[in-house]
Write a protein that binds this ligand. Structure first.
Ligand SMILES: Nc1ncnc2c1ncn2[C@@H]1O[C@H](COP(=O)(O)OP(=O)(O)O)[C@@H](O)[C@H]1O
Ligand SMILES: Nc1ccn([C@H]2C[C@H](O)[C@@H](COP(=O)(O)OP(=O)(O)O)O2)c(=O)n1
Length: 238
């Protein structure tokens, strides 16, 4: 093997795609299988949104959002077996999945200062992992295109909108989330958020040119994880 070829143990893998395509579950599974760290950047945008709402700041006021975001302190786990995220010492892992946060997160994520802040933190998390010779799977919307353009493998994970909505509805029902209504209203919410995330001026959801497209519409979770692990092994040493 070429000595410059990275091994999967120290690989940096970017997984991007629209809401509900399976990024979190697949990234966690790949990280477990390959012994990598795992970073959920969507959880970071959600945690900042939680802080903005806690402070009573309207998500539609970019200057106030930027100021609330900059004064919040985030801590998170990169252990794929134990995900948590804290804002100012408070564990918000469950609270960030509530509808109030889901409804406001796209507006908060569109504020350039918020993106600059979180992109810095995300790159720092990758540097910290690599400093101790640990690879990492980072999932989000702009990881391969903007945050980590030199990632060893970039995956663009997609699934049909109806399938994404049905999977998210089942997840919400299993978690007992109070806002669950129907997979039709979840489909409308996913479509609204996909459109907002894809059309914003600052770093929209984008497929990196060198990303490999994986379509999870007709694959179970284990099959998608196996496909991404296979791509990583193909590209790097086992
Ligand atoms: N290939 C798949 N087959 C069946 N269910 C899946 C698959 N991928 C993900 N899921 C389920 O769909 C839901 C949404 O997945 P998630 O990983 O949260 O998506 P994302 O991070 O892209 O929003 C979860 O309940 C997850 O377990
Ligand atoms: N790298 C990222 C990750 C998420 N975001 C934004 C876009 C999404 O609407 C929110 C929440 O992301 P999250 O991955 O938790 O969303 P879903 O699990 O797909 O519902 O954050 C982003 O702008 N950039």
């Amino acid at each position: 093997m070429d000595p410059r070829t990275p091994s999967t143990a120290t690989a940096v893998i970017a997984v991007d795609g629209p809401s509900g395509s399976g990024k979190s579950s697949v990234s966690r599974g790949v990280a477990r299988e390959l012994g990598l760290r795992y970073l959920d950047t969507g959880a970071m945008y959600r945690a900042i949104t939680w802080a903005v709402l806690r402070d009573g700041v309207p998500a539609s006021d970019p200057a106030a959002v930027a100021s609330a975001a900059c004064s919040a302190s985030l801590e998170w786990s990169t252990d794929p077996d134990e995900s948590w995220i804290r804002v100012d010492g408070v564990d918000v892992s469950r609270a960030i999945r509530e509808q109030s946060v889901t409804s406001a997160v796209s507006a908060v994520a569109a504020v350039p200062e918020v993106r600059a802040l979180l992109v810095d933190l995300q790159r720092g998390a990758v540097r910290s992992a690599l400093a101790v010779e640990q690879g990492i799977v980072v999932e989000g919307r702009d990881i391969g295109a903007v945050v980590l353009p030199d990632a060893d493998l970039k995956v663009w994970l997609v699934a049909d909108p109806g399938v994404r909505a049905a999977r998210r509805a089942a997840e919400d029902a299993a978690a007992g989330r109070a806002h669950v209504t129907s997979s039709e209203s979840i489909a409308a919410d996913l479509a609204r958020r996909d459109a907002a995330d894809a059309s914003r001026a600052a770093s929209p959801t984008t497929q990196a040119e060198d990303a490999v497209v994986v379509d999870a519409t007709h694959l179970g979770l284990a099959e998608v994880v196996a496909a991404v692990v296979g791509l990583a092994r193909e590209r790097m040493g086992a």
